[in-house]
Write a protein that binds this ligand. Structure first.
Ligand SMILES: Nc1ncnc2c1ncn2[C@@H]1O[C@H](COP(=O)(O)OP(=O)(O)O)[C@@H](O)[C@H]1O
Ligand SMILES: Nc1ccn([C@@H]2O[C@H](COP(=O)(O)O)[C@@H](O)[C@H]2O)c(=O)n1
Length: 204
């Protein structure tokens, strides 16, 4: 299948999911969306207390091979069963979501440009940018509200793994992007990307 794969990267709390989900809402079932976070490695044999302390911001935390295989399958016109991650359990859930092949596929995640094999699959690379203080403030609120965390835990995790890994693995991928956008709520950037996707979908 002739399709266009768009990678959307950026630091935690930058607004990647906000931007991605706005596009998903705009195009509904006409585009496919994959989230790298759903491909965090299964940790079934690891006790919860251990899972809580793991480094989730290192490229090795992900089963990227599965994402690569599923993207290749979608490109071949096959549907795939994507895993669904449960942040409150620090593990994959037992649920899956069926994703159908589409002409436009979005792939979102902090480290989607860090893996060369993944990066090479993207026709368009977008990096969502936001200041570090804004990102951590948003993350504290989101993780407490939506991901079953407490403030002390979010701060501890940010200082021990999230921040150092961001500067080691996420920030260095910014110059690899085709477009750097200023926040997930940026209306001009949203309209530019939306128009581009409309053009791709309307091509015969
Ligand atoms: N420009 C913005 N201004 C204020 N809050 C925002 C903005 N962008 C995102 N948020 C909020 O910040 C939190 C993190 O955004 P999210 O899109 O999940 O970031 P990411 O996917 O990059 O981690 C969410 O609760 C979201 O609603
Ligand atoms: N069990 C987990 C798994 C991941 N995280 C954090 O999620 C962040 C990536 O998601 P964003 O929506 O914020 O981009 C990443 O920074 C991991 O630290 C987690 O806290 N717990």
């Amino acid at each position: 299948m002739n399709c266009v794969i768009i990678g959307i990267a950026g630091g935690t709390g930058s607004g990647k999911s906000t931007f991605t989900n706005r596009l998903k809402d705009a195009f509904c079932d006409n585009i496919a969306v994959l989230y790298h976070d759903n491909y965090y490695k299964r940790q079934d044999g690891v006790p919860f207390e251990e899972r809580k302390k793991m480094n989730y911001d290192h490229p090795e935390a992900f089963e990227t091979e599965l994402l690569l295989n599923q993207l290749a399958a979608l490109r071949n016109g096959e549907s795939v069963e994507c895993p669904i991650y449960d942040y409150s359990k620090h593990n994959r859930s037992d649920k899956f979501v069926k994703v159908e092949p589409k002409k436009v596929i979005l792939v979102e995640g902090i480290l989607v440009f860090a893996d060369e094999r993944l990066r090479d699959m993207f026709d368009i690379k977008i990096f969502v940018e936001a200041d570090a203080d804004e990102r951590i403030l948003r993350r504290v609120i989101r993780d407490v509200k939506d991901r079953g965390r407490d403030i002390e835990g979010v701060v501890e995790q940010y200082l021990t793994t999230v921040k150092p890994m961001h500067y080691l693995y996420v920030e260095p991928t910014k110059p690899l992007a085709d477009v750097i956008i200023n926040s997930g709520m940026n209306e001009v950037a949203f309209q530019l990307v939306k128009t581009n996707i409309e053009k791709i979908l309307n091509q015969g």
